[in-house]
Design a binder for this molecule. Structure first.
Ligand code: NAD
Length: 267
C-alpha cells in the first residue's frame, strides 16, 4: 500500500481527499495535518471527514511525520504549500499539489523542489477539465486568429483568488497554441469606456456566488458562429479522485515536475 499524508485535512478539499483515499484500493491514509494552531489538532481524521473513526490523529507538524508517508497531498494555501514542497524535496517524498494562487517567487521555489523530488501540480485535478485542456488546444489551433476568445469562470463565495487557477491554465493553453504570451494579452475584467475589442486579447470574467463548485467556459466567437467549451464541476470529489489517481501514479517517480496531463497520458 502507498502511504498518503493529507494536509489541510479540515478544509473543503482536505475532507474530500480523506474520503477519496479511503475509497482507493492501493492507498492508505497514514498522516493528516492541519495548521499548528488549529483547534482540530488531535481530532480523528476519519471523523473529521464524516467517515467514522480511522485512528489517524490530526497533527500540526509535517517534519515530525516524514517517516510515516510516501506521498503528500496538499490543497491548502500557497505559503504552506511552498514550505511543504521544500520539505518533501529534502526527504524525497512525492507531492501532489492542488493549491492555487502562487506568485512568481513561490512558483520558482516549487520548480526547484521538483529537481529533487517528484511533484504533480495541477490547477485542476478533474479528468473532465484535463480533457477540456486538450480540446481547447485543438480548438485554438483550428480557429486561430479569426475569433475573439473569452474565458468565464464561476466559483463559491469562499474562494480567495481570481481568476481561478483553472481559468488561467485554460488561458495559457489557448495562448500557447496561438503563439501568444498570456501575460501580454490577458484582460482581467472591463469597466467604463473600454474602446473596441482587440482581437489578440484573451478576456477573463469572474463570478463568485453561493456554493458553485467550479464552472468554466471558453468562448471562441467569430462573425456568424461561436464555439464554447464548458466544464461544470458538481462535487469536489471530481478533484479529489484525480488527486489520489495522481498520488498513485507518482509513487514510483523519483523526481521531476508533472501535471494531470501526464497522469492521464494526454501528452
Ligand atoms: P479551505 O480553506 O476549505 O481549506 C484549506 C485548509 O488548509 C484549511 O483547513 C486550513 O486550515 C488549512 N491550512 C492552512 N494553512 C495550513 C498549514 N500551514 N498547514 C496545514 N493546513 C493548513 O480551501 P479549499 O476550498 O479546500 O481549497 C484549498 C486550495 O485548493 C485552494 O488554493 C483552492 O484554490 C485549491 N483547489 C484546487 C483544486 C484543484 O483541482 N487543483 C480544486 C479545488 C480547490
Amino acid at each position: 500500500m502507498i502511504r498518503i499524508a493529507v494536509t489541510g485535512a479540515a478544509g473543503r478539499m482536505g475532507k474530500t481527499l480523506i474520503e477519496a483515499v479511503a475509497n482507493h484500493p492501493a492507498l492508505t491514509l497514514t498522516v493528516a495535518l492541519e495548521r499548528p494552531d488549529s483547534s482540530l489538532i488531535n481530532a480523528d481524521a476519519g471523523e473529521l471527514a464524516g467517515l467514522g473513526r480511522n485512528g489517524i490523529a490530526v497533527s500540526g507538524d509535517l517534519a515530525a511525520a516524514v517517516d510515516k508517508f510516501d506521498v503528500l497531498i496538499d490543497f491548502t494555501v500557497p505559503a504552506s504549500s511552498v514550505s511543504n514542497a521544500e520539505l518533501c524535496a529534502a526527504f524525497g517524498k512525492g507531492l501532489v499539489l492542488g493549491t492555487t494562487g502562487f506568485d512568481d517567487e513561490q512558483k520558482r521555489r516549487i520548480a526547484a523542489a521538483a529537481e529533487q523530488t517528484a511533484i504533480c501540480q495541477a490547477s485542476n485535478f478533474s479528468t473532465g477539465v484535463n480533457l477540456c485542456f486538450k480540446l481547447l488546444d485543438m480548438a485554438a489551433r483550428v480557429l486561430g486568429d479569426d475569433v475573439d476568445i473569452e474565458i468565464y469562470e464561476a466559483h463559491h463565495r469562499h474562494k480567495v483568488d481570481a481568476p481561478s487557477g483553472t481559468a488561467l491554465s485554460m488561458g495559457e493553453v489557448v495562448a500557447d497554441a496561438l503563439g501568444r504570451n498570456l501575460g501580454d494579452v490577458a484582460v482581467y475584467g472591463r469597466e467604463g469606456i473600454t474602446g473596441a475589442r482587440d482581437r489578440s486579447t484573451i478576456g477573463f470574467a469572474t463570478v463568485r456566488a453561493g456554493d458553485i463548485v467550479g464552472d468554466h467556459t471558453v468562448m471562441f466567437a467569430a462573425d456568424g458562429e461561436r464555439v464554447e467549451i464548458s466544464h461544470k464541476a458538481s462535487s469536489r470529489m471530481s478533484f479529489a479522485r484525480g488527486a489520489v489517481r495522481a498520488a498513485h501514479w507518482l509513487a514510483d517517480k523519483s523526481s521531476g515536475r508533472f501535471d494531470m496531463q501526464d497522469v492521464l497520458g494526454l501528452k
